[in-house]
Structure formats: C-alpha cells, structure tokens
Ligand binder design. Structure first.
Ligand code: SF4
Length: 279
C-alpha cells in the first residue's frame, strides 16, 4: 500500500542525549548502572539497554553505585538524598525540562503560586513540582477547581502538551478573574513540530499509524491530534501490534512516531506496511 511519512517524527534531541549518555556511561564504567525509572517511555529501547547493563529501579532507596537521571528529570529532594548517600549521579535531564524546573523555582521565589498544566502522575511533572512549594497540577477544566480563589498565579505547561490545550487552559484560568497571572510557555518545539507534521499528514491519508510506547505522553498526544482530524488512527508500539483489519480497504497510510520511538521501529513498520496488500 502507499505509505507516507510525517516530515518530522521520532527521536528528539533530549531522548537521543539520554540514550547516548547511558551508553557512554555503561562503556566507561564497564559494568551495570541503574536508571531511576525507565530511561524513556519505549519498552523496546529499555529492553535493549537492559541487555547492556542499564537496570531500571523505581525506588530511590534501592539505588546504589551510579544512577542515570532520565530526560524527564527528578525531584530535587530525591537528588540531594542520593548525593548524601554517596550515589554517583549522571544527569541526563533534558535542557528543556531543566528550564521548566528553573522557571518554577523563580516563580515561587517571586511570590507566585505555581500552576502546571499537566498530568500530576507524569514523571516530568512530578519532578518539576519539586522545585516550588504547593504546586498545583491541573490538566482538565474540572481540575481548575484546585486553584486558589485569588493571589498571584504563575503558569507553565508540561513540555509534551499541545499549544492548543495550553492556550485553552490558560484562557479558562484568565476567565476566573485573577489580578496577576504570569504565563511562561514551556512547551517543547520538538514535540510541536511533530504534532504539526502529523496533523498535516492525517488530513491527506485514509488511515494513520502513530508509533510509540503506550506510556509515552507525546505519542498519545500525537494519536489524539490525528484522530481529531477525523481519520482512523491506530497507536501501536511496533509492527507486532498491526492487524490486517487496520488497513483493510485503505489506499494510503500515514506514519508518524513519538519523540521516544527509535528509527528502526519506524523503518521496520514502514517496510512491512508497504508490502501489505490492502483488500
Ligand atoms: S520531547 Fe522535548 S522536552 Fe522532552 S526530552 Fe525531547 S526535547 Fe526534551
């Protein structure tokens, strides 16, 4: 079948940097090291790196030796506790996540109550929340009821969200009538570029395939945006998840991939899909 690729897709610089850092550290140490949580939200990459010695640990108390901090970053109190215990920290926090952490700290210092438009359970958001006291996470209009009735608000966004969602939520906050609101755009352009390219492609094809981990927030957002264009959309981890019915009767398929999806998964998928005979 005819397969078209989004003009921007797959690994972002933050994920590439985290993987390179992990590989270099493993080579230098010559033995296993730990990663606090999965290095990226892609099970195939996590599995490949685990064969090279990168061991995923979820509990900071269980960390010993050398630990890699993934691109999502970590709460400052966790990092200080690890340092206190003599753990060697290799920090692969993405520069854009670091920027969000610094903005939040400065907002709190300047007397703003910080609001993050983001999912409270997402590791990046959990980490950023640690840089200011009493941060409020809100990701839906209903969750805005968590906001205080007055005072100065400082608003940022989870890096992987869409500009439209951020704008909508900020608009709803402004409508609540606060006297002073400071908004800083902490969205990631790498994610934005992939979203714009995916939407463009979704408007041209009969079916869209969005490749990436099911836990990957930016991949889920890509799938949501493509589906919003009215095209049948399938979020798959790789070719193993494909079934014939997904492409049956379709002439052209579009393929995109989240910022944590490696090139080889995309290449394998596209090759198989091109060979697929749609009936
Ligand atoms: S998606 Fe953006 S913020 Fe997240 S790791 Fe990649 S470059 Fe950094």
């Amino acid at each position: 079948m005819e397969v078209r690729l989004a003009r921007k897709l797959g690994f972002c610089f933050g994920v590439e940097h985290a993987i390179q850092t992990a590989e270099q550290t493993l080579a230098q140490r010559g033995g296993p090291i730990m990663s606090l949580g999965e290095i990226i939200h892609n099970p195939q990459v996590v599995e490949k790196l685990s064969l090279k010695g990168l061991k995923v640990v979820r509990d900071p108390d269980a960390v010993t030796g050398t630990v890699l901090i993934r691109s999502h970053g970590e709460r400052p109190e966790v990092l200080s506790e690890l340092r206190r215990r003599g753990v060697e920290i290799v920090d692969a926090t993405c520069v854009l996540v670091k920027r969000a952490q610094q903005i939040v700290a400065k907002m709190a210092e300047d007397g703003y109550r910080v609001v993050i438009i983001g999912q409270a359970s997402h590791p990046e958001v959990r980490g950023v929340c640690g840089y200011a006291p009493d941060v409020i996470c809100a990701d839906t209009p209903e969750e805005l009821d968590r906001l205080p009735a007055g005072g100065k608000l400082g608003i940022i966004c989870q890096t992987t969200h869409s500009l439209e969602h951020f704008g909508r939520m900020v608009g709803l906050i402004v409508a609540r009538g606060y006297n002073e609101i400071k908004v800083v755009n902490t969205l990631c352009n790498e994610v934005r570029n992939r979203q714009v390219a995916a939407v463009e492609l979704a408007r041209e094809v009969d079916v869209m395939f969005v490749l990436g981990g099911k836990q990957s927030a930016n991949t889920c957002e890509l799938a949501r945006l493509c589906a919003e264009q009215g095209v049948p959309t399938h979020h798959l981890e790789n070719w193993d998840d494909f079934t014939d019915e997904m492409a049956a009767g379709k002439k052209t398929a579009g393929v995109t991939a989240g910022a944590s999806t490696p090139k080889w998964i995309v290449e394998e998928f596209v090759e198989n899909l091109r060979a697929f005979e749609s009936r």
